[in-house]
Structure formats: C-alpha cells, structure tokens
Ligand binder design. Structure first.
Ligand SMILES: [Zn+2]
Length: 367
C-alpha cells in the first residue's frame, strides 16, 4: 500500500542548475539506451540488456548527477519496453524531447541518503532544499522514493512516496445491510453524482479561473511566436493551468477524505477509465474533470481504513431501473435528464442511477 505526498520545494540558484543537469542527464540516458535497444532489436529481434554504467565511461558528465536517478531511468525504460511487448497497443517507447517531455527524475531511499525535516528535504548530491510541507504524512510510514519535478511555470515540486500502513487504522467489518454506503454514478457533464447530497465547495473557483485562462490564451494567440512577449505570455498561461490543476487536486483530496471518513463503503460502476479516455471522443473531459483521479484517491483512502470500494458490473442496468419500485425501462434516451416512473418516482436521472448502484453493492456485500 503506497501513498504519495506532493510538496513544493525552493531550490537555490545553484541547486536549480544541478536539478536541470539531472533532468537533462536522465533524458539523455533514456534516449541513448532506447536508441541502442532499437538497433539491437532491428538486428537480432532481442531486447538489449544495457545499464547506465555502460554509458558513464563514454559520457563522464553522467557521473555528476544522482546515480539512483539514472538507475530509475533504466527501470522506467525496461518497463515501457516490456509493456510494449505484452500489449503493442500501448505503443513503442518514444524518445523524450527537451521541449515536450516532463522535467523530472526519481531517486530512491538507500541507507538514509534522503532525509525529511519539517521545512526541508535532503536529496543525494543536492544537500538540503527548502520545502513547504503543508501537511504531515501519516504515522508508521516508510519513505521509499522521491520524484523531483519542474513545472512549465518554473516551480519545483517533490513527490514523496511512502509505503506501509498499520493495522490500527482498520475499522471492524460493519453489518452491510444497514451500513452507510455511498453510490457514485459517473456523469458526463459534472464529475460524479452521489446517491445523496454531499456538501462540497462549489465549482465557482474553476469557472472564474477558466475564464481567466481563456483570456490569457487569447492574448497568447495574438503574440508573435518566439518573441519576448510570447515567452512571457506562455509562462502566464502555464501558471494559470497549474493553478487550476492544483486547486482541482486539492478539492478532490478533500472530497475523497470526507467520503472515506464518513461512509462504511463506496459503490462505483466497474468502468475502465483508461479505455474510456482512449476510445471515446470525450477523453479530454474525462481527464479534465478528474473522475479517474478522484476514484484512485478515494480507493486508497478507503483501503487505508480497511473499507471497501465495491465495483458494480457495468451491465447492471443502473440508469434504466427505478430505485423506488424496481421496474426496469426498456429504453431511456440520453436526453431524458429526469427519471419518470409509473410508480410516481421522479428524480434526477443520475441520482436514481447512483442509488441503484448503492443498493446493488449492498446486495453484493450481504450475499
Ligand atoms: Zn418506479
């Protein structure tokens, strides 16, 4: 069981230079190793077993950066390569470009080489970096690895991955026939509809900031590409994006925390979020509204307390069934936003579905 905490870090100018070198060396090594693997594959149809050590001789500058970061490059590449051979649909590993790939690297905890204190973190080769630790990791966790990244806006972050959880967090198994279960239906427009009302901060922030983002993007489109103003405006747009993304993540953390704390179990539809994003045209909105991210957060927060996330079969007629009398409609158009039933039940279509999902989970848990 792993849990990640992401904190902003404030490297000095000197540290920024070394971080930049590390990002660059990782990218360089990745591309070199991939290139050699491709050549070997073309010749022999086999995977070349290459290691960072083989490149350090030829490119001594690789020795200047954290060697664990380079070891992780090898692991990442091998994983991408294996994924490709197992499932060619995932695509062949691609070269990392300086302009379009993420600036990041991952390093591991080995013999106390990484230390975390209240306002700083010590990383291999970098010594102490100031860090804003806005919350305390739960107790009984062991730090496994740290991923350092630089966002397009120029801000730096450290994502700390911890493992392990203590059994003291586990709740006793409740009586599911009366337990508090929350049903969640995935709704295209919003993000998710719950089987009962959950008070959340309203989405006003996003609307306001999305308007601002649109305005800054329009300004960018009027700038001359490559000009000084263009670069400045590009940074502004990136900062806008980042602000929205952070706020959204924060909101999802709070919401999932609230649900995991106040319910005994959660029921969702068994939909493959990845497949959904890939094969349907609304991929962008699925990513944007963060339903997948939300489900992931909720899943580990529940597991943390020994609670269950129940997945209801995707062929279960959650939308067509009346949650009051159990009648199942033969047809329900997507345009029908309100569910009407002969029994007199009239309610929001997604709310009706969420209640059905909740009750189906209750049936599964008590069966
Ligand atoms: Zn009915």
């Amino acid at each position: 069981m792993n849990i990640a905490y992401r904190f902003r870090i404030y490297p000095t100018e000197e540290q920024k230079i070394l971080l930049g070198k590390t990002f660059g060396c990782c990218r360089f090594l990745y591309n070199q190793m991939l290139n050699d693997k491709i050549r070997e594959y073309d010749k022999t149809k086999k995977m070349l077993k290459n290691t960072p050590a083989m490149y350090k001789r030829e490119y001594p500058f690789l020795k200047e950066v954290d060697s664990l970061a380079l070891a992780n490059v090898q692991l990442h590449l091998e994983k991408a390569y294996k994924n490709f051979f197992r499932d060619p649909k995932t695509g062949f590993p691609r070269f990392k470009s300086k302009h379009h790939s993420r600036n990041s690297y991952t390093t591991n905890v080995v013999n106390g080489n990484i230390l975390v204190e209240s306002k700083k973190i010590r990383l291999p080769k970098l010594k102490w970096i100031a860090m804003k630790k806005h919350r305390e990791p739960a107790e009984g966790l062991r730090l496994k690895s740290v991923t350092v990244s630089m966002e397009p806006s120029g801000k730096y972050f450290a994502s700390l991955l911890y493992e392990g959880y203590s059994c003291e967090n586990q709740a006793a198994e409740p009586d599911y026939s009366t337990a508090k279960i929350l049903g969640i239906d995935y709704a295209m427009q919003g993000m998710a509809v719950f089987s009962e009302k959950i008070e959340t901060e309203e989405a006003g922030f996003f609307r306001k900031n999305e308007k601002r983002l649109a305005r800054e993007q329009r300004k960018l489109s009027r700038c001359v590409r490559g000009s000084h103003n263009y670069e400045l405006q590009k940074k502004k747009v990136a900062r806008c994006h980042e602000k929205i993304r952070n706020k959204r993540r924060d909101h999802l953390h709070k919401l999932s925390r609230k649900i995991a704390d106040s319910y005994d179990a959660v029921a969702v539809e068994d939909i493959d979020m990845k497949a959904m994003g890939q094969c349907m045209h609304f991929g962008k909105s699925v990513q944007d509204n963060g339903y997948g991210l939300f489900r992931e957060m909720l899943d580990y927060k529940l597991a943390w307390q020994g609670k269950k996330m129940v997945k209801v079969d995707r062929f279960f007629p959650s939308s067509k069934k009346c949650c009051k009398c159990g009648r199942i409609k033969k047809e329900l158009k997507l345009s029908e936003r309100v569910y009407h039933c002969e029994c007199g039940n009239e309610m929001d279509r997604d709310r009706n579905a969420a209640i059905n999902i909740r009750e189906e989970a209750r049936r599964m848990l008590t069966a």
